[in-house]
Design a protein around this ligand. Structure first.
Ligand SMILES: [Fe+2]
Ligand SMILES: [Fe+2]
Length: 192
């Protein structure tokens, strides 16, 4: 698993706990969005068979996560919520070089890989905070592992389609930028 360059401090989970339903609602929205993003990625690269296979598998798993979080919300008498602005993702998307199709694909794969790594880190913090003995803690532990796999899949695709030095150089830049974005985004009861 790739090392993120800024570690989320314990204060983040305290904010999450202050309104756990709001966190679940944001989490549900995130799972839906990453499922959609994987499908759109597949639709933009119909001739890259391995990428389509992988993106569909990820979209499927994220949709399953969305459904699981939805069931948790329902059990708590809560509903889904309207999408709130996500300043972290907005700034992350701002890093993408969309003017060139090849660079855009590379940036997309690496950004998705790093965003999955951040999700993995934060789900792990939720699991730590709730405790693995609690059903909800165990659920988040399972998600932590799943997002680690997605992270590895996106990174593997980047390495399959681009030379190692190109991947490493851009990954280095994105990791630095992501650390700064994560560090300077105020905490809220949300994944980002
Ligand atoms: Fe997920
Ligand atoms: Fe994921």
């Amino acid at each position: 698993m790739l090392r993120l360059r800024w570690q989320t401090p314990p204060g983040w989970f305290e904010v999450v706990q202050s309104d756990f339903v709001a966190f679940l609602q944001d989490h549900a929205a995130n799972e839906r969005k990453v499922s959609q993003s994987a499908l759109v990625l597949a639709s933009h690269h119909p001739n890259r068979i391995e990428l389509v296979d992988l993106a569909l598998a990820i979209a499927d798993e994220e949709l399953q996560h969305f459904r699981q979080v939805w069931e948790i919300l329902k059990a708590r008498g809560a509903t889904l919520a309207a999408d709130a602005p996500d300043p972290y993702m907005k700034r992350m998307f701002g890093l993408m070089r969309k003017h060139d199709a090849q660079l855009y694909l590379l940036d997309r794969l690496l950004l998705y890989a790093v965003v999955e790594a951040r999700g993995c880190e934060r789900f792990g913090l939720v699991a730590d905070g709730l405790g693995d003995q609690e059903p909800m803690g165990a659920f988040y532990r399972e998600l932590e592992r799943s997002e680690a796999r997605h992270h590895a899949h996106y990174l593997r695709m980047a390495r399959a389609y681009f030379p190692a030095e190109v991947v490493n150089e851009r990954l280095d830049e994105i990791l630095d930028a992501e650390a700064e974005i994560a560090r300077t985004t105020p905490f809220s009861p949300a994944l980002h």
